[in-house]
Design a protein around this ligand. Structure first.
Ligand code: BJW
Length: 233
């Protein structure tokens, strides 16, 4: 199967990678829905929703501070390096970490935002880069006074429009969609797999186990991203 996937990728002219938390798992970054993942310990609607932030901003900020410090200590794994080395691949990711960029990728479409920035929770658009080693406490926007919050996409929030449109177009136009380490349960992001497949792309999935997207795969490779992805590219 690996040889067939390698051949499929080598014959493709337009490849898109679509990744989830499993891509960064071997870097020590927690996934969400695995048995030891973040949602096994925390209620997503308390920590990753506007209502949760409104109810208890201190707890939400502390949770992101701890994840930021974990990410500061993380390093890209062989899958990040293999992907980043392919400058012809368009990288679409649900991940809020910057491990693809740290591996050298320059143009990564982050559908769910980035944990490396805070943004104003109000409408003014103010953003600030965060020192992951020393994440800031709760504070107000210097421009409009609304609370600052992580620049990520919480449940019930819209994905960044331009990023979404670029990702959707890339998936409509690709020959191969390489899906790595996602449970494919969060929409609209997971819908991109269907978009690519229904526009004629071949779908190659790399995951340690089957996922909601398995039925869309032309080739499904079960194993660790850090081992399989470098052998494919
Ligand atoms: C390995 C591995 C290794 C492990 N190697 N593999 C349609 C149907 C149903 C619901 C909806 C729908 N459309 C919208 C919704 C609602 C909702 C949603 O999808 N809910 C479902 C969960 C039921 N979606 C939304 O709310 C979205 N917004 C929206 O729809 O807005 C509409 C709107 C329009 C206009 C105006 C206003 C609103 C927003 C979704 C935001 C998701 N946010 C999060 C948190 C980000 C911030 C943070 O990090 O704190 O994004 S949730 C979390 O899930 C995170 C991830 O990006 C996302 C996906 O998770 P992912 O990456 O797949 O991780 P896991 O843990 O689920 O899976 C890991 C996988 O890796 C597993 O399969 C493992 O096997 C594998 N793996 N190790 C390879 N080494």
């Amino acid at each position: 199967m690996i040889e067939a996937a390698r051949k499929m990728l080598s014959q493709a002219t337009r490849i898109v990678s679509f990744s989830g938390a499993g891509l960064s798992a071997e870097s020590g970054v927690s996934t969400f829905r695995d048995p030891q993942g973040l949602w096994s310990k925390y209620d997503p609607m308390r920590l990753a929703s506007p209502d949760g932030f409104a109810d208890d901003p201190q707890t939400v900020n502390a949770w992101y501070a701890s994840r930021r410090q974990d990410l500061w200590q993380a390093r890209p794994n062989p899958a990040h390096h293999a992907l980043a080395a392919r400058t012809d691949i368009i990288h679409v990711t649900q991940n809020v970490d910057d491990l693809l960029e740290r591996a050298g990728a320059t143009d990564v479409l982050h559908l769910h935002g980035t944990i490396g920035k805070d943004r104003c929770h109000g409408p003014c658009g103010h953003e600030e880069h965060i020192d992951l080693a020393e994440p800031p406490g709760l504070r107000d926007c210097p421009d409009c006074g609304a609370p600052m919050r992580p620049a990520v996409v919480w449940f019930g929030e819209a994905l960044p429009t331009d990023t979404w449109q670029r990702a959707e177009r890339a998936c409509q136009e690709c020959d191969v969609l390489l899906v790595i380490g996602t449970s494919a349960v969060v929409y609209p992001a997971a819908g991109l797999i269907d978009v690519a497949q229904s526009h004629g792309a071949r779908v190659v999935i790399v995951n340690i186990e089957s996922s909601e997207a398995s039925g869309l795969a032309h080739i499904e490779l079960l194993g660790k991203a850090g081992e399989i992805v470098p052998s494919l590219l």
